[in-house]
Design a protein around this ligand. Structure first.
Ligand code: AKG
Ligand code: FE2
Length: 275
């Protein structure tokens, strides 16, 4: 990646809440990860609660040499460094997530757990996912969908959603019109196998149903950075962040509170259309 491209990717992360870095894995390492994920999945008993996320296998780098190599993968580290994201550290583990043939879509959600903390207002990312897709992803096999900008901007969908994962969404019906609806601003993030999708934990995202006869596998690695202003940030520091008490108690929450506002200032009419 050239320095110019790295800056553009960072700008996209800050503006849209996601970006794609193509071909980050070598052919050989991709093959190794495919083989290893198949081996691990074979020994795993999927739980019914996870049907929208597919197989959901947690793996620590310290327990698996191949996963540790992925967490330390030089091209990914270099890309983060070049983007100014060098202070992001992996949590030391990954989640292997699959969509098997015929499996349902993943509902709209965001994964930020700190909505009560003023750091929520950071114009820069604090927690990101590194998503390694092990097959080409398409609309047919369950590609990721993102609504750009929703890491900073409240839209109508935020107030219609069932909270993510264990807090409700795992237990909804497969035909839930809001959680599985199409949104006019959604972007399908179709990537080639071995590419990396970076995403801000706050951005609204979902994944399509797998209508093909092949499994679609993702290795997801969460990364976080300290609660500081990153060196590349030259813009205004929001007052709530400048005044944030670093020793404050901010109970974890997945539900966006008043820190997430509609920056457009317009009343956002409900815009969800069911599929
Ligand atoms: O399956 C995907 O592409 C995304 C998975 C995801 O966002 C999640 O499990 O939180
Ligand atoms: Fe997610």
């Amino acid at each position: 990646m050239t320095p110019e491209v790295a800056i553009r990717k960072r700008e996209q992360m800050l503006r849209d809440g996601y970006c794609v870095i193509d071909d980050i894995l070598t052919e050989d390492f991709l093959q190794e990860l495919q083989d290893e994920s198949e081996r691990v999945i074979k020994d795993h008993k999927p739980l019914p609660d996870f049907k929208y996320q597919g197989q959901h296998v947690d793996l620590k780098g310290s327990d698996n040499e191949i996963i540790q190599r992925l967490l330390e993968w030089k091209p990914s580290r270099n890309a983060l460094e070049q983007m100014g994201f060098g202070d992001f550290k992996s949590v030391g583990a990954v989640i292997i997530l699959t969509k098997d043939p015929g499996e349902p879509a993943l509902y709209w959600h965001q994964d930020w757990m700190r909505w009560n903390d003023p750091i929520t207002c950071a114009p820069w990312p604090q927690t990101i996912f590194l998503n390694y897709y092990l097959q080409d992803t398409t609309i047919e096999n369950g590609c990721l969908k993102v609504i750009p900008g929703t890491h900073h901007k409240r839209i109508a969908l935020h107030d219609q959603m069932v909270p993510a994962h264990e807090q409700g969404a795992r237990f909804i019906d497969e035909d839930h019109p809001v959680m599985f609806g199409d949104h006019p601003d959604q972007v399908d993030v179709c990537v080639s196998a071995g590419s990396l999708v970076l995403g801000d934990a706050r951005v609204l995202h979902a994944a399509r149903r797998n209508q093909t006869s092949q499994r679609r596998t993702l290795i997801l690695a969460w990364h976080t950075r300290p609660n500081t202003v990153p060196g590349y940030w030259k813009g205004v520091i929001p007052e709530v962040i400048a005044n944030r008490d670093p020793d404050g108690q901010y109970p974890g929450s997945r539900i966006p509170c008043e820190y997430l506002t509609d920056i457009s200032g317009e009343a956002d009419p409900p815009r969800i259309q069911s599929l």
